[in-house]
Structures are given as structure tokens and as C-alpha cells.
Design a protein around this ligand. Structure first.
Ligand code: GRF
Length: 208
């Protein structure tokens, strides 16, 4: 059984997709031990509570010093002894001490096709604003392992989504979530939970 901690910051639709996938069998051999948020107002916390999943908040308001915050965040995650840490709409910069504690055991969902529209400054709606201002015709989402860069770890899964004439950033964000994020995040977790993923020379291999 793959024990997970899911880290969130906002609406929690990716968390909901994971919980639903566990319920309907899309994800097997995995369970969520806790949901941890850096934002007390994250609706993701309500989603966790509705499912009876343990939820905690670690906010910078509570721990203003950055180094101390990073240590408290890591301790909070480690308390649940996860095999996998899942960043699901998580806007916290994951500290090096956490990446080092969980090598190739932290995954993130990015709402673009890495290496496009990623890295510092590309998060949330800003990703889709960049996509629309560049005029690309295809975007999508990426699930990747987290390393000590920003959106630079080994890519696990990607799914393309059409950009349509007249799209606003909000409309495009929703389409990328519905048609890509909520599909590839559960799929990636199921592959990991069933030992189908390995990383060789920095590249992900998926065994059938
Ligand atoms: C999603 O677009 C996700 O890719 C990004 O944050 C947005 C909200 O995610 N990281 P969620 O609804 O909180 O899962």
C-alpha cells in the first residue's frame, strides 16, 4: 500500500480527482494519510474533511522565519511517514531539505507541457496567460518528480489539450484541469503505487 501525503494551497480539484480515483478504482494500492496546506482558507481542506482525511495547516503567518518554516513543514510531512508526497495545486516552494528527504518521492502537477511555460513566475493563471499571449495552439499538463529546481524534475506523464479561439485564461485553465490534470495525476499515482515507474539516468521509464 502506497501511503501518500497530499500538499495543497487552493481549491483542491486535483485532490478531489485523487480521492475520487481511489474510490472508483482508477488508483489501486494507495491511500491518503493526510492533507497539508500552507493556506488556512484552502477549500482543499474542506474536501479532505468531507472524506474524513487528516488535514493540517502550516502557514508562514504561524512560522515567519523561512528556515524554521521549512523545517516545520518537513517535520509535519514526515510525521505521516509517506512513501509519496503529492503536490496537488501546491504553491509552496519545496525546500531542499524536503527534496533531499524524499528523492524521487515527491510529484507535482504543472498546468503546461514542460519545458514550456514553466519555472519561476509560471504558476496558476499566469501559465495560461503566457500560453495565450504566445499564441500556441496546444498546451496541456505535466506530472513530474520534484528535484531541487523549479519544474525541472523527471517527467512522468503529459497530456495535450487544444487551445481554442477566444479562450480566456480562466476557460483554458478549466479545460486543462478537466482534460489533462485530473486524468494524469491519478494515473501517475496508480503507476507509482503499482511499481510501474523507475528513473534511469534522469529519465522516467514506465513498465507495462
Ligand atoms: C491547477 O491548475 C493546478 O495545476 C495548479 O493550481 C491549480 C489549482 O489546482 N497547480 P487545485 O484545484 O487546487 O488542485
Amino acid at each position: 500500500m502506497l501511503n501518500m501525503v497530499v500538499m495543497v494551497s487552493g481549491g483542491g480539484t486535483n485532490l478531489q480527482a485523487i480521492m475520487d480515483a481511489i474510490d472508483n478504482g482508477t488508483i489501486t494500492n494507495a491511500c491518503i494519510k493526510a492533507v497539508i496546506s500552507n493556506n488556512k482558507n484552502a477549500y482543499a481542506l474542506t474536501r479532505a474533511a468531507n472524506k474524513g482525511i487528516a488535514a493540517e495547516c502550516v502557514t508562514r503567518a504561524d512560522v515567519p522565519d523561512r528556515a524554521e518554516y521549512d523545517r516545520v513543514l518537513l517535520e509535519t510531512v514526515q510525521k505521516y511517514q509517506p512513501d509519496l508526497v503529492v503536490l496537488a495545486g501546491c504553491l509552496v516552494v519545496i525546500p531542499k531539505i524536503m527534496v533531499d528527504a524524499f528523492p524521487n518521492r515527491i510529484i507535482n502537477i504543472h498546468p503546461a507541457l514542460i519545458p514550456s511555460f514553466c519555472g519561476t513566475g509560471y504558476y496558476g493563471l499566469k501559465v495560461h496567460e503566457g500560453v495565450l499571449s504566445r499564441g500556441v495552439k496546444v498546451t496541456g499538463a505535466t506530472v513530474h518528480f520534484v528535484d531541487d529546481g523549479t519544474d525541472t524534475g523527471p517527467i512522468i506523464l503529459q497530456k495535450a489539450v487544444e487551445v481554442k479561439q477566444g479562450d480566456t485564461p480562466e476557460v483554458l485553465q478549466r479545460r486543462v484541469m478537466e482534460e489533462a490534470e485530473w486524468i494524469i495525476m491519478p494515473k501517475a499515482i496508480d503507476l507509482i503505487a503499482n511499481n510501474k515507474i523507475s528513473v534511469v539516468d534522469g529519465l522516467v521509464r514506465i513498465s507495462e
